[in-house]
Design a protein. Structure first.
Length: 56
């Protein structure tokens, strides 16, 4: 499986599907579509709708 990275367009934070966000109870390998809609960017607090898939 190929994991993707998603970037917050507000602050540049990168969510890496392979790494997840264990500190937010999102285990490694969690695909973006499976991240809860209530999750917000840990750096700026914006919602998932402000993230875009990026090639890093």
């Amino acid at each position: 499986m190929e994991y993707r990275k998603w970037m917050c367009v507000i602050c540049g934070f990168i969510y890496n599907e392979a790494e997840g966000r264990p500190q937010d109870n999102i285990p490694p390998g969690t695909l973006w579509r499976d991240v809860p809609l209530t999750w917000t960017c840990p750096d700026c607090g914006t919602g998932k709708d402000e993230f875009e898939m990026v090639e890093v």
